[in-house]
Write a protein that binds this ligand. Structure first.
Ligand code: KIV
Length: 263
């Protein structure tokens, strides 16, 4: 079996000046395609809740759901680094409960790292997870599990700017190997990126981060157009059109054709 890219290799790549390419995936076939496309990192985001499971937000996602989807992503890939989100409630209660849940997630899936949202309140939790020998990615800025804790695109105050720089430093000191910056103003993201030696992975945070992450379905055109994402395909429309053509063919008795049956 091919050895998977480690967190240390991703850090080295970033420190060597290369951008880290990350996309989300939630199932085996699309994760395999993302790996084949050359992504450095596959994130099994808890965005699985709103992107594919039909929940209004990420808070309904359970540890069992994350295990189920991370197992699928691991089965569909061979060598790419797979990071799994810690779902809401799985790490917030106490560092020891976080350790128990991370142990389960890693033991049952084989993923390389986990991600948690938030800064200062979770330094101890990051350090506790690192005691297990599991790599941790941080996540600052817009943190969807804390619904509405910070308005996404309102101007940032100097105190907020200094606060996120401080928290990024704190997460690095606690042991994070990378930090997602979600919907952070471009110049603030640049300052954060310059303040830490681990890669920042931006989403809606401008071009100065050490890497970029997007939700796969957003680049495939399977949801509404978003200001921070570029649509590289129109797969949603392709699916709708294919399903509509199939429906027309069935109703008009054009499918199945003779070639689709057997005697
Ligand atoms: O859950 C997710 O997909 C994420 C990314 C948007 C960073 O956390």
């Amino acid at each position: 079996m091919a050895r998977r890219t480690t967190a240390a290799q991703l850090v080295a790549k970033s420190q060597g000046g290369e951008r880290i390419v990350c996309l989300t995936s939630y199932d085996a076939p699309t994760a395999g395609l993302v790996e084949a496309a050359g992504a450095d990192l596959v994130l099994v985001g808890d965005s699985v809740g709103n992107v594919v499971l039909g929940f209004p937000d990420t808070r309904a996602v359970s540890l069992d759901m994350m295990i189920h989807h991370t197992q699928a992503v691991m089965r569909g890939t061979r060598s790419v680094h797979v990071c799994a989100d810690l779902p809401f409630g799985s790490y917030q209660v106490s560092p020891s409960e976080a350790k128990r849940n991370v142990s389960r997630l890693v033991a049952e899936t084989g993923c390389q790292s986990v991600k948690l949202e938030g800064g200062q309140p979770w330094y101890g939790t990051v350090a506790a997870i690192r005691e297990l020998g599991v790599d941790v990615m941080g996540h600052l800025g817009h943190t969807p599990q804390s619904l509405g804790l910070r308005p996404s695109r309102a101007p940032w105050t100097p105190a907020e700017r200094d606060g996120i720089i401080e928290e990024a430093r704190g997460l690095e000191a606690a042991g994070c190997f990378a930090i997602v910056l979600e919907i952070v103003p471009t110049q603030v993201a640049k300052l954060v990126t310059e303040a830490v030696s681990v890669p920042t992975i931006g989403i809606g945070s401008g071009p100065h981060c050490g890497g970029q992450v997007l939700v796969l379905h957003d680049i495939l055109g399977m949801g509404p157009a978003l200001p921070h994402a570029r649509r590289y395909g129109e797969i949603g429309e392709a699916i709708r059109r294919a399903a509509a053509e199939y429906a027309e063919d069935v109703r008009a008795c054009r499918f199945p054709g003779d070639e689709h049956g057997f005697d």
